[in-house]
Design a protein around this ligand. Sequence first.
Ligand code: ADP
Length: 258
Amino acid sequence: GGVGAKGTESGPLLPQVGAVIAIASGKGGVGKSTTAVNLAAGLVLEGLSVGLMDADIHGPSLPRMLGVKGKPEVRDGKLLPVEAWGLRAMSIGMLVDETQAMVWRGPMVMGAISQLLGDVSWGALDVLVVDMPPGTGDAQLTLAQKAVLNGAIIVSTPQDIALLDARRGVTMFEKTHVPVLGLVENMSYFCCPNCNHRTELFGHGGARDEAARLGVPFLGEIPLLADIRSSSDAGTPIVVDAPDSEAGRAYRALAAGV
Ligand code: ADP
């Protein structure tokens, strides 16, 4: 991959970060956070220094997916990212009680996101991966405008409705002049762990066709696998837990291609 190595300069907000890459989806539940975590960990395996910022403030899942507990330290008035699996991670979920309902209004959302960008000692990074909130509402739009994103990756499942939402995501980034690096199809197919039979539960190739129609690159397919979910729930990304498994290989290919 060329990310970070390109030496693209993000804005003055994060002068020491090579590239800020958003992981977005048109709707929730398509595996956006799972993709963000495994892509970020995959980029670490590629030898890059990587930060992971959880901007999905209504449902921060990063602390659980990374197996991180406790509160981040504060040094010189800045929050220190928490180290996990070679990543520097920060999530609003590390700052507030996880059970606290995050029913926030627009300005509070932007305040929290500004804090994640500006009040965290990210240090020098090749790449900062940003797990965006799902959807294309005001918070997403403002984040796209303000967060000096160098590029966005859109995650979709193969179903038409999810693709329709993905299309909205592409439009949002185009409007804010953030280059869409490509589309990832998650839950592409199911591989039976017993007999290796491949089933295309939701049809196949939808995201690839849609990417072609939208004129954006197609970055790859991630299978629907029980191991992906169980590793996430256990707090170890599958790409770290089993880098040579089917899922591990799929995420490493994604990281190598970005
Ligand atoms: P989003 O961030 O889009 O809301 P998540 O990444 O939180 O979605 O994923 C939703 C659920 O689906 C989680 O329980 C996650 O472990 C599971 N999941 C995501 N992708 C896969 C996959 N490829 N195979 C199996 N489970 C997956």
